[in-house]
Write a protein that binds this ligand. Structure first.
Ligand code: OAD
Length: 228
């Protein structure tokens, strides 16, 4: 089976009611990114950071996958599909996609602030101050913050190198290293970008931009694949 590799960002979850990051003057749900999405922010005010992600988790509990997530699952009937997502929501999982790699962590997991290999499923429960890992350090959200390394990058790069078709949905491609994954698409492989706006990409041959929201763009992609 041919391999479709899909890179998703906040835009695919917009129709599910989750805000994207762009165009908010550096604010994320009313907070400065530096306060809630950096190790410095965590050291300054752990309670604020925990509360912020506790709220994100409560919102996620009420959201559902949208048609774009569901149509990606449909592709699995005819293709080997791997999704590399920058999103920390669980909407690809709840839609039923089989192969999902989270580059920036997952809201439904907690991590030890001492030992990054200790990761625990928490579902939609809060993390509280005083909740500790077995070695006695505070649990934190399992989120890759700005300034932290992205441990899944080498695996993601290897996956992208195997693409027969590369699809990018709802990401501004402004945050690195995730944005550099497009450089690992083999020469000559078609890249399809679904986004109402054109993300920060230039100089790539074989790009088809479908300037639509994710659900409508997925309809077009599926129609296009049937013609191939
Ligand atoms: P951005 O908010 O930067 O980009 C969202 C993209 O989605 C933009 O290109 C929009 O045009 C597009 N978009 C908006 N509505 C859409 C819709 N209904 N359908 C399709 N596309 C739509 O989000 P990301 O690129 O995902 O990192 O941001 C990357 C990373 O920066 C995130 O993972 C996060 C953030 O800070 C961390 O949390 C570490």
């Amino acid at each position: 089976m041919k391999k479709i590799i899909v890179l998703t960002g906040a835009g695919i979850s917009a129709e599910s009611g989750i805000q994207t990051f762009g165009g908010q003057n550096g604010l994320w749900e009313g907070h400065r990114i530096s306060e809630v999405a950096t190790p410095e922010g965590w050291h300054k005010n752990r309670e604020l950071v925990l509360n912020f992600y506790n709220e994100r988790r409560q919102l996620l509990r009420k959201c559902a996958p949208n048609k774009a997530h569901l149509r990606l699952v449909e592709l699995e009937q005819n293709y080997e599909v791997t999704i590399i997502t920058q999103n920390v929501d669980d909407l690809h999982e709840r839609a039923g996609s089989k192969n999902i790699l989270h580059l920036h962590g997952e809201l439904t997991k907690a991590q030890s602030s001492l030992d990054p290999s200790y990761i625990k499923d928490i579902g939609y429960e809060d993390i509280a101050i005083g909740q500790l890992c077995p070695r006695g350090s505070q649990l934190r959200p399992f989120i890759v913050w700005f300034g932290e390394s992205v441990p899944m990058m080498p695996l993601a790069m290897d996956i992208v190198k195997q693409a027969d078709l590369f699809v990018v949905i709802g990401t501004s491609l402004e945050v690195y290293p995730a944005a550099s994954l497009i450089d690992f698409v083999p020469d000559g492989v078609q890249i399809v970008v679904i986004d109402p706006n054109r993300p920060a990409i230039g100089g790539y041959a074989n790009i088809k931009h479908i300037a639509k929201i994710a659900s409508e763009g997925m309809d077009e992609l599926i129609a296009m694949l049937k013609l191939v």
